[in-house]
Design a protein around this ligand. Structure first.
Ligand code: PLP
Length: 396
């Protein structure tokens, strides 16, 4: 058999301009806390219609700063989703706060605003249990909602932000997968008291490692900026630390790469849309019961695809198919594994299978296909053809 070329799951698009922008920084010898960081922050803030931005060393760092800056402390309750990258719940645990999961809606891969509100109302009544009930939830410690724009699809923001305002809750938008997407005509990253983007190499644009926190609240901004920079005060005296801070700063090479990449975001978004459309066409043409393309929710007025996640029919073994695809040089990944079933979440909370059934059902059927700006239509055809063959082979 002919040796087949490897198709990776993801791959950044880096051109001459990107490389030169990083080289310029190296040549300038200003490698940290310089003009590129400031420029990157200003550009991202303006794009997301936010007043303030703090660039960070990762998306996780940005989210963590967001959680602290919202005043989340030990024993506080934060409502979130179990169907996400683990970092979106970990940042709550970093503060010794309690993430309370709300099961997702199978059509959007996110909890509906209705189910979020209904869980909040139940917690307020007292006696609400999570896991095996070993962790006590104190109703008046309910502090925030942290929702995720999953796969580039916006969450149903307006109902939750309105509800939060009336109920004195903070809102955190994990928009790490949704740079360039829009919710009812407004950019993702604009919602909540704070939001965060991430720039790992598989995201829409990359800085290598990197992220950014966004807010319109001056106090949150000042707090996040200080925490990001070792707890230094506003006067920025180098050896005066007014609070326990972190080094979550981005460096100048990464920021320069970010500025350069940002200039191509519109192009990337268009190209990714084309690629997603072609996958969807191929899958519809294959016409296999239960083999489904992802569909953006109705309120998504513009989609910036992060990953392309399909659902496989229930009668096939997803993990087996993934393995066989890998043997044929096609890299895929099961985005996502439920957060509540990660070993240490089981240990801390006593979670087990059955706690969030929709999340678990979707997680057992989902598969992220190779998806990046440089993928060719021929490669996409090979991915879907191979997948279809394997589905038919494993059909019982
Ligand atoms: C990528 C991502 C993050 C942050 O990732 P980092 O690797 O820390 O930059 C956070 N939440 C979600 C949902 C993500 O996809």
């Amino acid at each position: 058999m002919q040796e087949k070329e490897f198709i990776p799951l993801a791959q950044p698009t880096i051109d001459e301009d990107d490389i030169n922008s990083v080289l310029d920084v190296l040549n300038s010898k200003r490698l940290a806390m310089g003009p590129k960081t400031k420029e990157f922050e200003e550009k991202i803030a303006s794009l997301s219609e936010r007043k303030y931005a703090v660039a960070t060393s990762s998306g996780t760092a940005a989210l963590h700063l967001g959680v602290i800056s919202c005043g989340i402390k030990t024993g506080d309750i934060v409502i979130t989703t179990p169907f996400s990258f683990v970092a979106s719940a970990n940042v709550i645990l970093y503060q010794r706060a309690i993430p309370v999961f709300v099961d997702i809606d199978e059509s959007t891969f996110m909890p509906s605003a209705d189910s979020v509100i209904s869980v909040i109302e139940d917690i307020k009544k007292g006696g609400y249990k999570i896991g095996d009930g070993r962790i006590q939830l104190i109703p008046n410690r309910l502090k925030a909602v942290l929702m995720v724009d999953i796969f580039g699809f916006p969450f149903e923001w307006d109902r939750i932000t309105n509800y939060a305002l009336e109920n004195n809750l903070k809102v955190i938008e994990d928009s790490c997968e949704a740079l360039g997407s829009e919710y009812k005509g407004l950019p993702c990253g604009k919602f909540g008291d704070v939001s965060a983007f991430a720039f790992y190499p598989n995201k829409q644009i990359t800085t290598g490692e990197g992220g950014v926190l966004l807010t319109d609240d001056e106090n949150i901004y000042k707090m996040a900026k200080s925490l990001c920079n070792q707890g230094r005060g506003e006067d920025n005296k180098w050896l005066l630390h007014v609070r326990l801070g972190y080094n979550y700063r981005i460096d100048e090479m990464s920021a320069a790469l970010g500025v350069s990449q940002l200039g191509k975001l519109d192009l990337f978004v268009l190209k990714r849309q084309e690629i997603a459309n072609y996958y969807t066409l191929l899958i519809e043409e294959a016409n296999i019961q239960g083999f489904l393309p992802p569909i953006a929710p109705l309120w998504c007025s513009k989609i910036s695809w992060f990953v392309y996640v399909v659902l496989l029919p229930e009668y096939v073994d997803r993990d087996k198919i993934m393995l066989e695809l890998g043997e044929m040089g096609i890299e895929t990944r099961p985005y996502f594994t439920p957060i509540h079933l990660q070993p240490f979440y089981r240990d801390i909370f006593g979670y087990k299978e059955g706690c969030y059934p929709v999340t678990e059902a979707i997680s057992s059927r989902c598969l992220a296909l190779p998806f990046f700006v440089g993928i060719t239509p021929i490669q996409q055809e090979r991915v879907v053809e191979t997948l279809v063959k394997l589905i038919n082979k494993h059909k019982k």
